[in-house]
Design a protein around this ligand. Structure first.
Ligand code: DAT
Ligand code: MG
Length: 167
């Protein structure tokens, strides 16, 4: 077993149903360490990049609208990086199967997910599937300085243009 990192997203249905605490409690059973966390308003660009492997699927457009929060009153997600031995498998196991109706009822998706009448699996959380996908996703959602460990190589670039700071 190797030390790994994995990306978790608590999706808009999870936030809308006030499940954040429950989900984090379930994930703490893994004994993995949280290395980064933030609340994000998801743009279409970010959503489409995150799910780019699924762009040919018939449910792609609904999936993008779902992760952007267009079906919920909470147009945001919570994104976290978990680090530790066997992190990818441990989180996927507690998350449960993709289809919430087929997921173990004790898993997060089995307990809290649903299939909506518009056909999307509202399955509460995202969890990276592989080491390569975890790297791609963590780099997409987080900047190096958002994460307490140096998970991947970095480089320094000279900042250009203007930057917004506290007034
Ligand atoms: P997972 O999230 O378990 O890695 P995935 O990567 O195949 O599953 O799909 C990403 C998301 O897309 C999934 O969490 C819910 C949605 N989805 C997948 N298959 C679907 C289907 N057949 N119908 C509706 N939504 C689906
Ligand atoms: Mg996936």
């Amino acid at each position: 077993m190797a030390r790994e990192q994995t990306l978790v997203i608590i999706k808009p249905d999870g936030l809308s149903k006030s499940l954040t605490g429950n989900v984090l409690s379930r994930l703490s059973e893994t004994r993995l360490e949280i290395a980064a966390a933030k609340i994000v308003r998801v743009t279409r660009e970010l959503a489409e990049e995150h799910y780019r492997a699924l762009r040919e699927k018939p449910f792609f457009d609904e999936l993008i609208r779902y992760i952007m929060g267009e079906f919920h009153d909470r147009k945001k997600v919570m994104t976290l990086v978990y680090v530790g031995e066997d992190a990818i498998r441990l989180v996927r196991t507690i998350a449960g199967a993709t289809n919430p109706e087929q997921a173990d009822p004790v898993s997060i998706r089995g307990a809290y997910g649903r299939i909506t009448t518009y056909g999307v699996y509202e399955n509460v959380i995202h969890a990276s599937e592989s080491v390569a996908e975890a790297e791609r996703e963590i780099k997409l959602w987080f900047a190096p300085d958002d994460i307490i460990f140096d998970l991947y190589p970095t480089k320094n670039v000279q900042a250009v243009g203007t930057q917004r700071i506290w007034a």
